[in-house]
Ligand binder design. Structure first.
Ligand code: XIL
Length: 372
């Protein structure tokens, strides 16, 4: 009797495991195929994924995405670690990866005040900053001309009130540095699409700052092809109205609109305002990490609904939206597990920790199918 029961339990376990693995392998749908006539669908790739060292991601990325952004490896601190030293190894591998799988590469990024190499932070003289600025853009952008689809030329130049952030570039080069960065990028990489990228630019004041920045670049006769709204938002607080208004206003400038770093954090924020400033930090405590062992269904449902509402807006404006990129392949990779508080468990993406599609994934596929 006991043996029979054990045998039954073992059989059930085998069936259960088999059905799980059918689910794991059996998802035949594809974001990139389903949204093919709408916009590109992208993801951010980390170093291990670029080297195809992560089997699940190696399978999932070419199946689901037709655009990728390097999460870190093309940032100045990695690609340009010392005054005369460039480290192109992983960026070259990313280019080869893109060619192999016919995936478009959005290079991220040329000019940003964060993740700068230590030597730049130590520079005191204006002339040296100018030389760094020019050499960096010329060297990096020209190497990848014709190899990457696009560049985030300037990242996060604006304050929340729409004024220019008091970065090392503003201090040393003055307010025209953004236009100059685009001018240099255009010369160095004439085949790339050139974008301005920032967070919270859907909010009215910062949006107005972005609009004047773009108008200034255009008035100088310098090329700018698009604007990236990063899209780091919080569950139940996604600013849908501001997002839709921004798509409309930005597209009136004759440029493409993109959502470049999409994720929806389900965790409480330690701040009283939305931010994606990588330098922001806060302390951990139990209240700040409510779901270490799994996401309750009720919260999952809100996540699904937020993604549905967001993609309804994206699809409505697909004529001006050229790309929607998630900031990471699955929840394990998300930077939100360690920012702004280290060691939390967040669930912001549409593939879970086992690389399984979440409910939101299937709903987005359905949504796109029904739109056609
Ligand atoms: C983040 C990466 O995801 C992290 O791995 C890294 O430690 C910090 O930067 N805005 C940007 C991205 O433009 O480059 C940032 O990426 C997230 C916020």
């Amino acid at each position: 009797m006991i043996q029979k029961r054990l045998k039954l339990a073992a059989t059930i376990a085998v069936i259960f495991m088999a059905s799980n693995s059918i689910n794991a392998q059996g998802n035949k749908s594809s974001l990139k195929k389903t949204f093919n006539n709408d916009f590109l669908i992208g993801t951010a790739m980390d170093a291990a994924q670029i080297e195809e060292k992560e089997p699940n991601a190696a399978k999932l990325i070419p199946q689901q995405f037709n655009a990728v952004t390097p999460e870190n490896i093309m940032k100045a601190e990695i690609i340009h670690p010392a005054w005369d030293k460039y480290n192109f190894d992983l960026a070259d591998k990313l280019v080869a990866y893109g060619e192999k799988y016919a995936i478009k590469i959005n290079a991220h990024n040329l000019i940003w005040h964060s993740q700068l190499p230590a030597f730049v932070k130590g520079i005191k003289s204006t002339d040296s900053i100018k030389i760094f600025f020019e050499n960096h853009i010329k060297t990096v952008a020209s190497r990848y001309d014709g190899k990457v689809y696009s560049w985030d030329v300037v990242n996060e130049a604006l304050n929340e009130d729409g004024t220019l952030r008091n970065s090392i570039f503003l201090q040393k080069l003055g307010p025209d540095y953004v236009t100059e960065a685009f001018r240099l990028a255009q010369q160095a990489s004439p085949h790339a699409q050139l974008y301005y990228n920032d967070y919270n630019i859907e909010e009215p004041k910062k949006r107005a700052g972005a609009i004047s920045l773009i108008k200034k670049i255009q008035a100088a006769g310098v090329k700018i092809d698009g604007i990236g709204i990063q899209g780091h938002w919080h569950l139940g607080k996604v600013p849908f109205k501001n997002i839709e208004e921004s798509i409309e206003e930005f597209s009136k400038l004759g440029i493409k609109v993109m959502f470049t770093e999409l994720d929806i954090s389900v965790l409480p924020s330690p701040f009283d305002h939305n931010t994606a400033d990588v330098n922001a930090k806060a302390q951990n405590n139990i209240k700040m990490n409510p779901y270490p062992n799994g996401l309750p269904d009720s919260v999952q449902l809100v996540l699904t609904n937020d993604y549905i509402s967001l993609f309804k807006i994206f699809l409505k404006h697909k004529d001006v939206i050229s790309r929607v990129t998630f900031w990471g392949v699955n929840d394990t990779q998300s930077w939100l597990n360690d920012w702004p508080i280290p060691g939390r468990t967040d669930y912001p993406l549409i593939f879970d920790r086992k690389f399984q599609p979440k409910e939101a994934y299937y709903k987005l596929i359905e949504l796109a199918k029904h739109k056609k």
